[in-house]
Design a protein around this ligand. Structure first.
Ligand code: DAH
Length: 336
């Protein structure tokens, strides 16, 4: 029986070390220390040993049992520290891991990148200019002298008499033409600012300016480029029309409408039952602007256009309140 006790002791020590979680520990307890466990079985043999031997073997058996119980308790405490003890919440290692949340571009940024990619595909270079702009570039060089009525439309934030937050990206026409001789084919994306706020206006919004200068550029070229752009940006079959308009820096000028992308021209609330949506201003660059930058207006012609990014994003995604873009609500933003 003595040999049997020692064998059991060695085996149980090894089994305890091999138990690495709550399930293993419980199985150990049942197998060795339980009421019908191996230890109880060995103890039964005590009745068969000679009386003289009983006290010694009884003590040995008690010592072994005590040692194993203490070792069991210690192992249980150890595993509890790593949250795997009996009754503690267990980790299910078979579950897939949790991914860290990915951020992504703002919907307006996405639309702006898409617009730029389309024009880059048509050979337009991309240039960016300052948000804090001189009155000269924002107005004067664009044929809008002081006190010109067109200034009223712009709700300008002034920094000083001659410095302002640009109200449109058109000043980039002047900056680019001053820097390089024609031919020129560029787009200028960026932020613009106007003191205005309601469901279709925010004090800061985004535009992409586009312009092309060369010999013999015609209104037909403008229409061709814009038609390709609209077809790529919206549906291929989206109709496009030009309405006469006025901008001081283009002559002739036009506002460009596309067939309503919501009702497909049937007439709805978004297009105010007209079937058309205005999406950009455009025209042939006014010779007065060419003179400002030192281009010869008799040798060169060009077209220009200005697109509002929020407007396009709203139409593309059916958003009715422009302010949602700037409330930073992740439930809104994560949809795009
Ligand atoms: N800059 C104008 C605006 O913000 C839009 C515009 C109209 C740009 C006609 C152009 C253009 O380049 O030719 O209201």
């Amino acid at each position: 029986m003595e040999a049997e006790l020692h064998r059991l002791q060695t085996e149980a020590r090894a089994a305890l070390t091999a138990s690495v979680n709550a399930l293993g520990l419980e199985a150990f307890r049942v197998k060795y220390l339980g009421r019908k466990g191996l230890f109880t079985t060995v103890m039964r043999a005590l009745g068969d040993v000679p009386v003289a031997e009983r006290p010694r073997l009884g003590k040995l058996a008690n010592d072994v049992r005590q040692e194993l119980e203490e070792a069991f308790a210690a192992r249980e405490a150890e595993l509890a520290g790593s949250q795997m003890a009996v009754g503690a919440p267990r980790s299910d290692l078979t579950l897939p891991g949790r991914l860290a949340p990915f951020g992504k571009s703002h919907p307006v940024t996405q639309v702006m990148e898409e617009v730029c990619a389309i024009f880059e595909g048509l050979g337009f270079a991309v240039a960016e200019g300052p948000d804090v702009e001189l009155d000269y570039y924002n107005f004067e060089a664009l044929n809008i002298p002081p006190h010109h009525p067109a200034r009223d439309m712009h709700d300008t934030f002034y920094v000083s008499d001659s410095v302002l937050l640009r109200t449109h990206t058109s000043p980039m026409q002047v900056r680019a033409m001053q820097k390089a001789a024609p031919p020129l084919r560029m787009i200028a994306p960026g932020k613009v600012y106007r003191c205005d706020s309601d469901i279709t206006h925010t004090p800061m919004f985004h535009q992409v300016e586009g312009f092309l200068v060369d010999r013999k550029v015609s209104f037909g070229d403008l229409k061709g480029v814009l038609s390709v752009f609209i077809a790529k940006m919206f549906d291929k079959k989206t109709p496009i029309r030009f309405r006469p308009s006025f901008f001081p820096f283009t002559e002739p000028s036009a506002e460009v409408d596309i067939g309503c992308v919501i009702c497909k021209g049937e007439g709805c609330r978004v297009c105010k039952k007209t079937g058309w949506l205005e999406i950009l201003g455009a025209g042939l660059i006014d010779p007065a602007v060419f003179k400002m930058v030192g281009y010869d207006p008799d040798a060169y012609t060009g077209f220009a256009f200005g697109l509002g990014m929020e407007r396009i994003a709203m139409l593309k995604y059916g958003i009715t309140d422009i302010r949602m873009f700037y409330e930073n609500d992740l439930r809104f933003l994560s949809q795009f």
